[in-house]
Ligand binder design. Structure first.
Ligand code: ADP
Ligand code: MG
Length: 238
């Protein structure tokens, strides 16, 4: 569960072909990082996969089924954004449980799922606090908790750490990698940070102006960059 296949997926905004056409295979349980400079189409590609944008052409298959026309709620994906988008007036408990409440899940089950997620994320002692009484890293964990309770087959992260300071970023990187090991869900992680890509990915997808320059493991990209752009971006000698 959680495999994703893009077949010639394209996206244009008016005259601007942001993504001319992408083919990509993401395997079940993989941690895939989309990396590339600002404006190259990383967020757009993630939003197409999530169903938050309609494709201009091509197909998106999730677990082998055509999901191109499916609304976001039917795709079993959960998106974690860089701005935490927490509700300031709600406790951590209610923030994490919110998607379940919206889905009319009964209260006992919401409580159980929220407490399980809080345990995984080390938030058990903070469930009754409001977001303003949390650190940046804790807020980011609450946002991840809200994704976890929906039990998705795939997590989509859009630069989730870019608002955090450098030390915290290193910590959260490890936490997200550990979370991936624990939950075993497919993850797609968008970043413009090469270090994040190299340290977190099973598979890196290097994007430039809406095209894939190279797909490979961190080691493959480092040892055999396909071109100077990849070499320069990954920081390997070529
Ligand atoms: P990245 O996440 O890699 O920084 P984006 O996917 O946000 O890049 O943007 C890629 C390109 O698409 C940019 O040129 C951006 O201006 C354009 N773009 C993104 N969203 C829209 C939109 N809703 N309408 C028009 N242009 C957009
Ligand atoms: Mg972006």
């Amino acid at each position: 569960m959680g495999s994703i296949r893009l077949e010639n997926v394209s996206k244009r905004f008016g005259e601007h072909a942001v993504i001319p056409g992408i083919d990509l295979e993401i395997n079940e349980g993989e941690f895939v990082v989309f990396v590339g400079p600002s404006g190259c189409g990383k967020s757009t590609l993630l939003r197409l996969i999530a169903g938050l944008e309609d494709v201009s052409g091509g197909r998106i298959l999730i677990d082998g089924d055509d999901a191109t026309e499916k609304p976001p709620a039917k795709r079993r994906l959960a998106m974690v954004f860089q701005s935490y988008a927490l509700y300031p007036h709600m406790s951590v408990r209610n923030n994490i449980g919110f998607p379940l409440k919206m889905a009319n899940v009964d209260k006992a089950e919401i409580d159980r799922k929220v407490e399980d997620a809080a345990k995984i994320l080390n938030l058990t002692d903070y469930l009754d606090r409001k977001p303003r009484a949390l650190s940046g890293g804790q807020r980011q964990r609450v946002a991840i908790g809200r994704a976890i309770v929906r039990n998705p087959e795939c997590f989509l992260f859009d630069e989730p750490l870019s608002n955090l300071d450098a030390a915290l970023r290193v910590n959260m990187r490890l936490e997200i990698s550990e979370l991936h090991q624990t939950l075993n869900a497919t993850s797609i992680y968008v970043t413009h940070d090469q270090v994040e890509a190299m340290t977190m990915a099973d598979k890196i997808v290097v994007l430039r102006a809406g095209n894939i320059e190279q797909v490979g493991s961190p080691l493959e990209l480092y040892k055999k960059p396909a071109n100077l752009f990849v070499a320069g971006f990954i920081g390997s000698p070529k």
